[in-house]
Design a binder for this molecule. Sequence first.
Ligand code: NDP
Length: 296
Amino acid sequence: MVAQVIDGKAFAAKVRAQVADKVAKLKEEHGITPGLAVVLVGEDPASQVYVRSKGKQTVEVGMNSYEHKLDAETSEQDLLALIDKLNNDPAVHGILVQLPLPKHLNEDLVINAINPAKDVDGFHISNVGLLATGQKAMVPCTPLGCLMMLRDQHGSLSGMDAVVIGRSNIVGKPMAQLLLGDSCTVTIAHSRTRNLPDVVRRADIVVAAVGRPEMVPGDWIKEGATVIDVGINRIERDGKTRLVGDVDYASAAERAGAITPVPGGVGPMTIACLLANTLTACCRANGLPEPEGLTA
Ligand code: NDP
């Protein structure tokens, strides 16, 4: 079997177009423009690239983008004061604090200071609890993007066997909750899992979120399974720096029914889902119906 390639770039463009369409309607019918505030502390080069890209795409879908760049030495008190201001600003519907923060700042404290209704990253403890109890939450962007791609591929996921490799708070755990919410039978695997190859071989859906280049070989994949590769790993090959996932794409594509490539799979969906979450937060804040197909 040669797998169908799930084109995350095209899918993300479709999500952005849906968001842009709904943003235009919000403006036209209600005079509301969703706003996303992104806070960056310090000068981490990768974070600067992400923040620039988020700001650009926010504006492209017709939303307001508010960027707050703070000095690396910013005190916790000053950062919390800014978050408080953004929490109380009616023009701001989504707040994202770019992680990682400099070491002197307590990430949990900062994230939990965000109004959960504006927590478009879905990392606030209230949103974690809402998701775990099957209530309306703000859902972390990367797992939300994976869920959208899986729903698009299969329609209903009900009754499917899903394995999530990785149990981080930002990817693995929320991914497992979302799959459970869609009535999959979910196994969460991690570094202490016994017989990982056999666990993966049972799965109709494999989500790999580990951070180890090409650790899942093709012979772990059940014939016809859908493989979502969240991993982004930089490796040197043939004298060049390349990005590869957590799955060995070439061998997995020979057995899978469908597979996301790296790059061009899950990656582009993350910012698209951030925009979708900002729109959702704006609709909820204004008592309007949530955008169909863009929530969990
Ligand atoms: P973390 O390092 O937080 O978590 C990695 C998980 O993998 C842990 O639960 C760990 O288990 C598990 N693990 C490590 N080694 C093994 C192993 N040999 N077998 C099975 N499980 C193992 O990573 P993240 O969840 O933050 O990210 C995972 C990957 O996804 C990274 O490559 C990251 O770059 C990428 N990523 C991509 C995004 C995107 O937009 N596409 C967004 C976010 C992340 P244990 O808990 O036991 O240590």
